[in-house]
Design a protein around this ligand. Structure first.
Ligand SMILES: [Ca+2]
Ligand SMILES: [Ca+2]
Ligand SMILES: [Ca+2]
Length: 489
């Protein structure tokens, strides 16, 4: 299609008049090549402006000072002076408010779509409410945290309050994923209350795709249970904080890992009062399939493996919260997941910042929840640090990824749908639905906890448009999203 249009234009415009005198197949090819090179350059200009800016409302972004009259960074163009190019309208990636979760849900986190009903479930650990009490524990009304069923129109219902762990008087439901047995599995993060291996994996028992109200403990002895993803009969979760001494010489300040349990194993725990599987989290534990360290970067956050997802080929992708390093764990030829197959696919210490556009200078230095969308074959990264969503195409073995920024905004209260410390994402109801954690600590773009909790939504059709344009751009320059180490070039 594209080729035939070029040919038509070439014949009609005769851009290289002198070649028309002696028209041999060679000169025709040469002229065509030149014309295609010219066309590619024009398209590149148009798309560079676009791929870097990616944001039709660049001047209206966020609540911060960098508006149209604000301080534009080097390389930015004012809205309206950017070439439109030949690739159609720029996608509108500005998030809008998907749900206002009300005053009882300060700090939402993980999401899962139930495989039988298509219903979206959202965990609300409510860590933000720890700020209200002198002992840093959530008040009575919020100790267990909640499970919300969220509808496609943004309405929601509180379907259960998680039972508390007696030892801490609290529960912290974070990552959640629907098992092949139709039950929901949940990471209960107790690390903020007690660092002594108190975190657990819980089963929210479901019948006909709906929670019955019963919650069972299936794994116990975790440090900081964080993200979760099922793939077939295997459940993977991340533990973000193993005990490790900081080493100034090497810059290693933290570590975490990925654990795997089969459905068979888990099915023997929890039901009919059966005890939980007891582990002691760490790199040597038998279920630990990946162990990675955290190199000091930026704010010096030592939190390790956090976001996790599995692509259509069974490759496990995960990233460090503390520094944004991304990893891939591919199954071996026997379908086993082993530490020796962990690859670093994104080296955040040695990354090239975004080169131009409104996000010029931005770096990926934090990976909270990640989400794999099989339709677009892309992984979405929640950058809690930078109030941004990045995405990348899974790369082949031995290659590295090139995350690009889908959206980024300045500090905000989130009420207009802007990102307010994004932590998890899922495709639902025609949107990329993004959870805003909004529980800041020094150094993040998000400076203030400002309830109510919010979910943001970016139109999925616009994201498809964006990905298609990126693909056209990449194919013209043979860049291949998986082949280079920098972003948004
Ligand atoms: Ca997380
Ligand atoms: Ca905020
Ligand atoms: Ca907020």
């Amino acid at each position: 299609m594209r080729m035939s249009r070029c040919k038509t234009q070439f014949t009609a415009c005769q851009p290289y008049g002198r070649t028309s005198a002696i028209r041999t197949p060679y000169t025709r090819n040469l002229a065509l090549k030149r014309f295609n090179a010219l066309l590619a350059a024009v398209l590149a200009l148009a798309l560079c402006a676009n791929a870097d800016a990616q944001n039709p409302n660049a001047g209206q972004r966020g609540n911060g000072p960098r508006g149209q009259q604000g301080q534009r960074q080097r390389g930015q163009r004012p809205q309206g002076q950017r070439p439109q190019g030949q690739m159609g309208q720029r996608p509108n990636l500005k998030p809008t408010l998907f749900a206002n979760l009300g005053d009882r849900a300060y700090t939402p986190d993980g999401m899962a779509i139930h495989s039988q009903t298509g219903q979206l479930y959202l965990n609300v650990p409510n860590f933000g409410r720890m700020n209200e009490t002198p002992d840093k524990k959530k008040p009575d009304s919020a100790q267990g945290g909640y499970l919300f069923a969220v509808n496609k129109d943004g309405s929601f219902e509180n379907v259960l309050e998680f039972p508390i762990l007696e030892r801490t008087g609290q529960t912290g439901p974070m990552g959640i994923s629907c098992g092949p047995d139709g039950h929901l599995y949940v990471c209960d993060n107790q690390y903020f209350y007690n660092k002594d291996y108190c975190s657990r994996i819980l089963r929210v028992v479901c019948q006909d795709g709906k929670p019955t109200g019963e919650v069972q403990v299936v794994v116990d002895g975790i440090k900081l249970a964080n993200g979760m993803a099922w793939y077939g009969d295997k459940m993977f979760y991340t533990d973000s904080c193993f005990d490790i001494d900081s080493d100034e010489a090497t810059g290693v300040i933290g570590s975490g890992g990925v654990f795997m349990f089969t459905l068979d194993e888990l099915s023997k725990a929890g039901f009919d009062g059966a005890p939980a599987i007891k582990i002691k989290a760490g790199p040597d534990e038998a279920h630990c399939v990946a162990y990675v360290k955290v190199q000091k970067l930026g704010r010096g956050d030592n939190t390790g493996a956090d976001g996790i997802c599995v692509d259509k080929d069974g490759n496990v992708w995960f990233g460090n919260f503390g520094n944004g390093f991304m990893y891939c764990l591919r199954p071996n030829e026997k379908g086993e997941y082993k530490q020796e197959n962990v690859e670093t696919v994104f080296d955040a210490l040695n990354q090239t910042p975004v080169q131009r556009g409104p996000y010029a200078g931005a770096k990926l230095e934090c990976c909270d929840g990640i989400y794999y969308d099989a339709n677009l074959d892309r992984v979405f990264i929640n950058d809690s640090n930078g109030n941004a969503i990045w995405l990348f195409k899974p790369c082949a073995k031995g290659e590295t990824i090139r995350p690009t920024i889908l959206w980024k905004n300045d500090d905000t209260d989130g009420m207009d749908g802007s990102l307010d410390q994004p932590c998890e994402a899922v495709v639902y109801g025609g949107k990329l639905v993004i959870v805003n954690f909004d529980w800041p600590f020094p150094g993040l773009a998000n400076s203030k906890l400002d309830p109510p909790g919010t979910l943001s939504g970016i139109d999925y059709a616009e994201i498809e448009k964006y990905v298609k344009r990126m693909e056209q751009f990449q194919s013209r320059f043979n860049g291949g999203e998986g082949r280079r180490g920098s972003q948004n070039r």
